[in-house]
Design a protein around this ligand. Structure first.
Ligand code: ADP
Length: 460
């Protein structure tokens, strides 16, 4: 039963069974056609012989046994010819081999105008016997009975069956072998695929099938499998990187806190000294809180646990609100924050998340723009989207960093970001918020000419 679990064996069995049925139907058809042809030949011979005797009787115009000059020698294959007169009396018989019993019923049937056919065995000979009326001037004057041996037809059919049986068995054997071979060759890549797939584990996703297969079903399966492993590899690598980055980010403030407290404990200090240490510790704890809540947001976003409320939101209002919230920090750095009002646009969005997205962008703009610079928020309508643009007059983003700044923990300038209290997750969260609303976010920057963040959000 184990072999049946192999597609190779099942396919071959199915194929061979189908072939066996078709061949059998074909062989039976041919056998009966041949049999029909052979026996109709035999019937023709019988009819010819009857016709000959009939013509002799008709020529005489009457049935006179003394006058019918029947040829005594049997025809080819003819075992006997018997003639009966109108009273059913046997008047001629040239039986050559073993005697064949007479059949008065057939003779009576012939005398009453019907043709009778029967089969008999005489010794080792099989006979087909026709009994037919003999007519003269439209009157039945007697009956003729001819017996022909059908042994030739039997022999021919016997040889034919033998040939068919050998051909049938040979075809089935060859088909089984060829079917197994073909199925084995066709399915061999699956075994290779299974072997490699078994070696691939979560710890080692670097392996690929790399099977050089044609572009058929199996080739496509192998390539799809490789693509899937590549995606998994990428996802696992990012996961590991993320964990490493997150641990690193948490260790930095902890190291600072540890350093501060150790120094404070080394000797007694005055109140102001302790306060200074506590302020430093407090600021590091703040950074850790920001980091942990950002991590929590991303983790919940990944797990799709953050419900996105869809409510009518006035874009102008949210932007003005965000600008108002950022102004104190901007003012501390003498940075002007301006909002270029473009009338109201209504969105169906989660107001809190939208506000958080704008605050992230504005916070970055203020963080990275030097004192005396400016930050502007503008918006417009493009087709069925709202386009929000947050631009600043800061140092901009180097072109090589542009494609990565939305990655988690990616910073163009790590020291600078840290110094500004950044944790490297703000833009990742912003991108998630934009995409969760069916929108998108991108950055534009020419170094030295400031940076601009453009958010597209679908309108109601
Ligand atoms: P961070 O907490 O470091 O600001 P973000 O994810 O918000 O993290 O930003 C990623 C990086 O993108 C920043 O470290 C910074 O290098 C760069 N960046 C973001 N906004 C700006 C900006 N307005 N001007 C220049 N660089 C920026």
């Amino acid at each position: 039963m184990g072999a049946l679990r192999s597609i190779r064996v099942r396919l071959t069995l199915l194929y061979v069974a189908l072939l066996a049925v078709i061949l059998a139907a074909f062989a039976i058809g041919v056998y009966f056609a041949l049999r029909e042809a052979l026996y109709s030949n035999l019937d023709d011979s019988l009819d010819n012989r009857v016709a000959l005797i009939q013509s002799i009787v008709a020529e005489d115009g009457e049935f006179d046994p003394a006058h019918i000059g029947l040829p005594g020698d049997p025809f080819e294959h003819e075992e006997f010819a018997r003639v009966y007169d109108a009273s059913g009396e046997l008047v001629f018989d040239n039986t050559a081999g073993a005697p064949v019993p007479e059949d008065p019923a057939d003779v009576q049937a012939a005398l009453s105008g019907r043709t009778a056919e029967r089969r008999e065995r005489a010794g080792s000979v099989h006979l087909v016997i026709h009994t037919e009326p003999l007519r003269a001037d439209n009157a039945i004057v007697g009956a003729v009975e001819i017996g022909l041996s059908d042994d030739d037809a039997r022999d021919t059919l016997g040889v034919f069956i033998l040939i068919l049986a050998i051909a049938y068995a040979a075809s089935v054997i060859v088909a089984t072998g060829a079917g197994l071979l073909l199925a084995t060759r066709a399915l061999a890549p699956i075994d290779r695929l299974t072997g490699v797939a078994r070696r691939i584990t979560a710890d080692d996703l670097s392996q690929r099938l790399n099977l050089d297969l044609p572009d058929d079903e199996l080739g496509r399966l192998a390539r799809t499998f490789d693509e899937m492993i590549a995606r998994l590899d990428d996802a696992f690598r990012r996961q590991r990187q993320f964990t490493a980055d997150a641990s690193h980010e948490l260790r930095t403030p902890l190291t600072v806190i540890k350093g501060q407290t150790e120094v404070a404990l080394q000797r007694d200090r005055d109140v102001e000294g302790y306060k200074e240490v506590l302020r430093a510790v407090n600021s590091e704890v703040d950074r850790m809180i920001r980091l942990v809540s950002s991590l929590l947001t991303l983790a919940r976003a990944d797990a799709r646990q953050i419900p996105i409320a869809r409510e009518p939101v006035s874009l102008g209002e949210v932007i003005r609100d965000a600008a108002d919230q950022i102004r104190p920090a901007a003012a501390a750095k003498t940075i002007a924050v301006s909002v270029r009002d473009a009338g109201d646009l209504r969105l169906s969005a989660d107001q809190d998340l939208l506000l958080q997205l704008l605050l992230n962008l504005l916070d970055n703009a203020v963080k990275y723009t030097p004192s005396g610079g400016s930050v502007e928020v503008a918006w417009s309508r493009t087709g069925d989207h709202a386009e929000i643009r947050v631009s600043d007059t800061g140092p901009g983003i180097p072109p090589e960093d542009l494609p990565h700044i939305f990655d988690r923990f990616y910073r163009a300038d790590t020291a600078r970001s840290r110094a500004e209290g950044g944790v490297g997750l703000g833009l990742s969260i912003s991108r998630w918020i934009a995409e969760a609303h069916g929108g998108a976010i991108r950055a534009e920057s020419a170094p030295g000419h400031g940076a601009a963040f453009i958010v597209h959000l679908p309108l109601v």
